[in-house]
Each structure stands twice: as structure tokens, then as C-alpha cells.
Design a protein around this ligand. Structure first.
Ligand SMILES: O=C(O)COP(=O)(O)O
Ligand SMILES: [Mg+2]
Length: 214
């Protein structure tokens, strides 16, 4: 098939918002601050852990001076927080079909690398991927195109594709000049039509044919 396909992680392969919500609220409880809602947690995901913590603080009026301390507390609880995360239906089957067709696969997530590897290992998905780039693997993260280009280059050579769920992913793909396949069931904030994309899909059974068509 000669394809190299990079995937976003949170909101694309896994629905991790319930665990990130839990981690955030454990940190806030330690501060004696009211919890955030699940909708808030979902809306804070996608630009990496430091941005999540900054938005969480802003939502509860915690000053910037507390950022480093709360980020450390958040990261300490993050790795291994997988109990409430679920893999979206059909993901393993789609990855199996893509690999069977000769595609090489990569992860390009803004999630820190350690918890990204942990969650992939926990769900038995890590073996599908030839490269994993996390939000702290380089000194740049999406929407900068550099991590996406690095993930694709590390995975191999061939026709490049990026699969993701968010505005950030669409921007990174556009900046990298890589066709973008939009999974519509993740943490996107804008209508599908507002995100530049080659094709959109709501069910992973659709993905192998969409990749084939590029
Ligand atoms: O913001 C994060 O931590 C992760 O987000 P991503 O996997 O959707 O890039
Ligand atoms: Mg995402």
C-alpha cells in the first residue's frame, strides 16, 4: 500500500477525557478548589499537558505563579491513569487492516510521551506503531508541523496521511502539507466544515478505504 499514516491519540484512538478529568480534579481537590466538569476537561485536551493545566487554573482562578507546581502534580498522577479510558470501537481492527495492507503507522500526540506509551501499551496497541512522538518529545508540539513530520519520517517513507480529531491536528496537517482525515467523534470544538480535511469519518471501519483512496 506504500502509505505512512500518523495518528493523534486523545480523542482519536482513545477517549481518555474521563481519566484526565479525574486527574485534574484530584489535583484541584488537593488545592481545596471546586472540581471542573467533564465538558471543561474535554475542551482543555489537545494542546498538551501544560496548556491543560493552564486552562484548568484559569477556570478556577488559580494564579500563573502556581503553574509549575500544579503541572508537576498533574503529571505525577497522569502516567497510569487509564482505568476509565476506552479505545474507540473498531480501532484495533482498522490498525490491523492498515498494517496487513503494508502501511507504516506512527503516533503524533500532544500527550506527554510517557503516558502516551503507557496507554498504548495498556490497550495492546503499541506494537502497531513504528514511531511515537509525544507533546514533550521535541521542543515543539502541534499545531507546529515539526512533530508530525518527524513522526512520519521515523515511521518510514511513502504517501503521508494524518488522522486526528481536532482543530490543532487540522492545522498541523495543513502546515505540514499532509492530507488530513478527521475523526468526528473526538474533542473537536468547531463544526466539521470549519476544519480543513480531505475526508471525515465517524466509524473506524471506514478508515482503511479512506487511506487507500489517498
Ligand atoms: O493535549 C493532550 O494532552 C493530548 O492531545 P492529543 O492526543 O489530542 O494531541
Ligand atoms: Mg486529539
Amino acid at each position: 500500500m506504500d502509505k505512512v499514516v500518523a495518528f493523534d491519540l486523545d480523542g482519536t484512538l482513545v477517549d481518555s477525557a474521563p481519566d484526565l478529568h479525574g486527574v485534574a480534579n484530584a489535583v484541584l481537590a488537593e488545592e481545596g478548589v471546586a472540581p471542573i466538569s467533564m465538558a471543561e476537561a474535554r475542551s482543555f485536551i489537545g494542546q498538551g499537558a501544560p496548556n491543560f493545566v493552564a486552562k484548568m487554573r484559569a477556570a478556577r482562578g488559580i494564579p500563573d505563579s502556581e503553574q509549575a507546581r500544579l503541572l508537576a502534580a498533574y503529571l505525577a498522577r497522569y502516567d497510569g491513569a487509564v482505568a476509565r479510558t476506552v479505545v474507540y470501537p473498531g480501532v484495533a481492527e482498522a490498525l490491523t487492516a492498515l498494517r496487513a495492507g503494508g502501511a507504516r503507522l506512527a503516533i503524533c500526540t500532544n500527550k506527554p510521551e510517557r503516558p502516551a506509551l503507557s496507554v498504548l501499551r495498556h490497550f495492546g496497541l503499541l506494537h502497531f506503531f513504528n514511531a511515537v512522538i509525544g507533546g514533550d518529545s521535541m521542543n515543539l508540539r502541534k499545531p507546529d508541523p515539526a512533530p508530525l513530520l518527524a513522526a512520519l519520517a521515523r515511521a518510514g517513507s511513502g504517501t503521508r496521511i494524518f488522522v486526528g480529531d481536532s482543530e490543532i491536528d487540522a492545522s498541523a496537517a495543513r502546515a505540514a502539507n499532509v492530507p488530513f482525515l478527521l475523526f468526528t467523534e473526538g474533542y473537536r470544538k468547531s463544526p466539521v466544515a470549519d476544519l480543513p480535511h480531505r475526508a471525515a469519518f465517524s466509524d473506524f471501519s471506514q478508515l482503511p478505504d479512506l487511506v487507500q483512496a489517498i
